[in-house]
Design a binder for this molecule. Sequence first.
Ligand code: SAH
Length: 397
Amino acid sequence: MSEMISLQIKRKDAGKIKSGFPLLKKEAIVNPHVLKKEGQLLRLVTESGEFLGTGYYGKQNKGYGWVLTTNEREKIDESFFINKLSQALAYRSSFFQNLSTTAFRVFNGEGDGIGGLTIEYFEGYYVINWYSEGIYAFKDLILSALKKVVQYKGLYEKKRFDQQGQYIEDDDFVDGERAQFPLIIKENDVNFATYLNDGAMVGIFLDQRNVRERIKDYYAKHKTVLNLFSYTGAFSVSAAVGGASKTTSVDVANRSLSKTIEQFSVNQLDYEDENIIVEDVFHYFKYAKRKEFTYDLVILDPPSFARSKKFRFSVAKDYQKLLEDTIDLTNDNGVIVASTNYSGFDMKKFKTFIDGAFKAKGERYKILEEYKLPKDFKTNPHFKEGNYLKVVFIQKA
Ligand code: SAH
């Protein structure tokens, strides 16, 4: 990491980097052959050698690395990381004080100045996500910086990059003391069971916190609720706590049954009063239509890409169709919570799918409200793709 390599940036991208765009896109690089080892620090320059910034080489599907600073005098050393981390912590100080919510994101990649790195807090434990081999090369520096700015009970990590076909079976534990699992966290006074030691997904997606709260406090009471692509049933549990008359959760993964039972149970809700269905959503649509099932509130939060035995799905192509099927299962005056975390299109485009779906069904609708990422998922204003979450509450008129 000592010797800095000069990476030339094409003219039209140089201006963007100067003004704060954080990603090193493959197409922006003039001399990619100098990139040899992930984790290399890069002196970013124009083709005529003018300084633009300092970045690092780290391959992600998004690009070849990230800009760390546009200040020529700023060194990438432990105090750089201490600064970034303490700024990020200060920005979330109200979260640390909130006793009703004990899990949130403390560092959000490029939104907090270091692309490829996220850190989440769960009841005194921290989970670091490394999104490339390149950022992982800074592990020692980042860990020693983190130790200086927080006191943790324990530290876990997720390596979210290809490890050359090698999968090292471990429990992701890094330092401190191991947690007891399930680790029960609170979110707006609802309990959630989490497992920081069991693969990339810990049991809850923290970016939907405000949506879950809104469903619980405003939309769920006395309503029948259908939760599609339900994972551990977090939306269902929020609805049930909020007084839903019955929830139905549908997910194709076998694990979703026991995970969803557990989420109800840790909230003293009887899972036998709820419906938990392990099935392909596309099959469920057919089944529910045949049985003429309809619901007051339908939550639709698919993965960006999915493949099942019979179907291949990508939100970019298929969201409208998915919504059309959802509309069929929604009662008149019922509400659809349409959600996507796909960064490839924006809210405007998302709304064209919504409009298209209702038109195709000959139904009218009203958009009630919209949600984006919560405050702890800080975004970079120069990097629109980082603001990926789009949630729209739609009433079928
Ligand atoms: N809505 C969830 C997160 C969804 S994650 C939440 O708020 O917590 C995506 C989920 O979709 C995964 O659990 C995966 O098992 C499920 N899934 C993927 N393809 C599916 C399909 N064809 N039918 C049903 N579930 C599917």
